[in-house]
Write a protein that binds this ligand. Structure first.
Ligand code: HEC
Length: 270
């Protein structure tokens, strides 16, 4: 409650008793007074939809009050008619006819130009992964798991490139729409999303992550993110329902192969 506002409105309404207002003047003064109390006298602010509901009720009450007594009703209709026909009010009438559309236009303008605000809390882009995950009915220990095809790079380069090529098809069939032709996070759907898809060419993504981390993110997608990463709605799908374990490891090989990055080595545990 902001008592200064409420007390000032009460004082003004009290002072108006001496101004010999007619019934219309009173109704308007009360309407404005109640509006100011709700709008500025209540902390935290009343939401706009509730405000319009309150003001609708206040309007009904005032109409009921005015129309309940014959002389009050007559006073109001007389002053309204006078406002429209009496030449004395010509300028005021002209101004109000002009002002109404201007007010409506202003309201529409401010509504359309206000920018949507981002969520207040920031997003943790790389949250710590869980210790283990269940993947298609099997437990995978993320602390120890490594890409089973990585070592083929040295031991069997031909088999290695077969896996990379399998990863290439998987990428261009599934990931390119968001992560882009060039893996820069600018696929054709990318701009509809917030956060935008990860840019794998950027050294702060896959180059500083381990392959087990990527496995987790690809398998579990946005639904697998912990709450510190979800104030923004990630569009990253959970690929565990579409890709096999081997296909995920293959696409991971391709991400590194294409960008020329290397996964972060797992830390030695002493
Ligand atoms: C519908 C759009 C979309 C598709 C399709 C998509 N992604 Fe994503 N991906 C995202 C978004 C958005 C993010 C960033 C937000 C996040 O981390 O969840 C992301 C993040 C990631 C990350 C995390 C990177 C990091 O730095 O933490 C990886 C890894 C990833 N995607 C891999 C893939 C792979 C592999 C595919 C294809 C099998 C794929 N994505 C398909 C939208 C998509």
């Amino acid at each position: 409650m902001n008592f200064i506002v409420i007390v000032s409105v009460a004082v003004v309404l009290f002072a108006l008793r001496f101004a010999k207002l007619n019934a219309l003047g009173w109704a308007v003064a009360w309407w404005v007074g109640v509006y100011i109390c709700f709008r500025y006298g209540v902390v935290p602010p009343v939401p706009a939809s509730i405000m319009s509901m309150y003001m609708f009720i206040v309007t009904l009450v005032l109409v009921a009050y005015v129309s309940a007594a014959h002389d009050r009703m007559k006073e109001v209709t007389d002053s309204l008619i006078a406002f429209f026909v009496n030449p004395k009010y010509k300028i005021a009438l002209g101004l109000s006819l002009l002002l109404l559309p201007v007010l409506v236009a202003f309201q529409v303008y401010t509504g359309m130009t206000s920018q949507p605000q981002p969520p207040i809390s920031g997003r943790t882009v790389h949250p710590p992964p869980p210790g283990n995950i269940s993947f298609q009915g099997k437990q995978i220990d993320l602390l120890t798991v490594h890409n089973p095809y990585r070592d083929l790079a040295d031991s069997d380069p031909q088999a290695f490139s077969a896996h990379v090529n399998a990863g290439r098809s998987i990428y261009y069939q599934n990931c390119v729409y968001c992560h882009g032709d060039n893996m820069e996070g600018d696929g054709m759907f990318a701009h509809g999303f917030d956060p935008i898809p990860a840019n794998f060419q950027d050294p702060t993504t896959i180059a500083m992550l381990q392959e087990s981390y990527l496995f987790w993110r690809i398998a579990k997608g946005a639904p697998g993110l912990p709450s510190e990463s979800t104030p923004w709605f990630s569009a990253m799908p959970a690929w565990e329902t579409f890709l096999s374990e081997e296909e995920i490891w293959d696409v991971i090989l391709f991400l590194y192969d294409y960008t020329g990055q290397l996964p972060r080595a797992s830390e030695e545990v002493h």
